[in-house]
Write a protein that binds this ligand. Structure first.
Ligand code: LRH
Ligand code: MN
Ligand code: MN
Length: 424
């Protein structure tokens, strides 16, 4: 489904006056509002191809209908999101769920929608039809060299698809680990995994990055071979300058101080990118900002501080991606909410008076330091985010436009009610 620009314009016009009043009142308080708006416009968040359909849970799946049936339709869905919010200008693919049959035409289709390809993801956590060896006991950690070789070859194949599409990074998430004490020799599992990652690393083009994604639990529940940021950083350090740690917000043990992890990875120049989502109990893959928006703000506060200290470009020097799973919501509506939550947290963090904060810290004024952060967090920045969207030619209220244009109903008419998108 394509969004007609004139429809967007007329829907925006209906809301313009109300918006302008709200925007002017927030803008009056901000020093360089145009600079801030430009930063918001430039900040793009990649949509994961596997989140465009209803993934469900392991207990059931309730399709909402109209899900993308092909890679082309996934790109069209992300194109629609981008037309609505002006901030979803990239897609992240998962192989073999998204094998491009004709890379040139897929690339051209993405370009038509103003999309680029963010990190490619490999998959050695499922067995695929026709595959010679099983990953039941792991992939890169496996005791059998033939299984390890299969995992390496798959990752190299993913890099090749990525090169054809113009991607510049590979995310490796391994489900490797053990579910029972005694099952695994931790040291040997680490060494075998490192050996495989080294071969994948050697196949990376010069301008590519390798993201090592960690996760504390699931599907293995006793140990994970890339279980936390320490292990990921250890692999990344041993691999070399093109290897980085990827932080998925849902992959930590409860109450982990993710903002501190982010600060220290940035200090070492080893933070590669993000999988944004939210969670209360585990790897819940819930809408970003739906459970703990203050944590998201604190993470962005560290990101901005650390990136500025290293002279990094906020928009382009890290991989900004969502990783989500949908059970009861319309995936596209949920993704609009997630992108909005990320932009809100980013805008709030841009408002932090960093100089005053440093002064408060130097003088051990704890109350003042906390007040400075909360002052920014409690600012209603939604009119700023909306103004950035307006200036980017997108919708003032993306979700409202999505609903008023009956997008889901139209997709169901076009694609059918009983659709299953490839992916989780
Ligand atoms: C694992 C994970 C990883 C996978 C995705 C489908 O939990 O976060 O990023 O590639 O989910
Ligand atoms: Mn992830
Ligand atoms: Mn996950």
């Amino acid at each position: 489904m394509k969004l007609e620009p004139y429809k967007l314009q007329s829907l925006n016009e209906d809301q313009l006056q109300r918006h302008q009043q709200k925007f002017e009142s927030v803008a009056a308080e901000i020093k360089n509002v145009d600079g801030l708006l430009q930063q918001l416009i430039d900040f793009q968040i990649a949509i994961p191809s596997w989140a465009l359909g209803t993934g469900g849970t392991r207990f059931g799946r309730f399709s909402g209908g109209g899900e993308p049936r092909s890679l082309e339709e996934k790109i069209e869905d992300v194109g629609l999101l981008h037309a609505l919010n002006g901030s979803s200008g990239a897609i992240s693919l998962h192989i073999p769920w998204d094998i491009p049959q004709n890379a040139a035409s897929i690339k051209a289709l993405a370009a038509q929608h103003g999309l680029r390809f963010d990190a490619m993801n490999s998959n050695t956590f499922q067995d695929q039809a026709g595959q010679a060896h099983s990953y039941k006991f792991g992939s890169m950690q496996h005791t059998d060299k033939a299984v390890r070789k299969q995992a390496i070859d798959h990752n190299i194949e993913v890099i090749k698809y990525g090169i054809e599409l113009g991607s510049e990074s590979l995310t490796v998430w391994l489900s490797d680990g053990s579910s029972f004490p005694g099952q695994l020799n931790f040291r040997k599992a680490f060494e075998r995994t490192l050996g495989c990652l080294q071969e994948v690393y050697a196949a990376l083009p010069d301008n590519w990055k390798l993201f090592v994604e960690y996760k504390a639990f699931e599907p293995n529940f006793y140990s994970m071979t890339v279980g936390d940021w320490g292990q990921s950083l250890n692999y990344a350090n041993k691999l070399g300058p093109k290897a980085y740690t990827l932080v998925d917000l849902g992959h930590h043990l409860p109450n982990a101080n993710i903002e501190q992890i982010v600060a220290l990875l940035l200090m070492d120049g080893k933070l590669g990118g993000f999988h944004f989502n939210d969670s209360k109990y585990g790897d819940d893959d819930l809408t970003v900002g739906s459970i703990n928006p203050y944590q998201l703000f604190l993470i962005f506060n560290e990101l901005i501080e650390g990136m500025n200290a290293r002279g990094m470009n906020h928009a382009s020097d890290l991989g900004w991606m969502i990783d989500a799973s949908h059970n009861i919501k319309d995936p596209l509506e949920d993704l609009l909410q997630s992108v909005e939550a990320i932009k809100i947290a980013y805008a709030q963090a841009l408002l932090v008076d960093t100089q005053e904060l440093e002064k408060a810290r130097e003088s051990n004024d704890v109350v003042r330091a906390q007040e400075i952060l909360q002052e920014a967090y409690r600012t209603d920045v939604r009119p700023l985010v909306a103004e950035a969207r307006l200036r980017a030619g997108a919708a003032l209220q993306p979700l409202q436009v999505y609903r008023s244009l009956n997008v889901r109903e139209n997709l169901i008419k076009e694609r059918g009610l009983k659709t299953v998108a490839t992916g989780l």
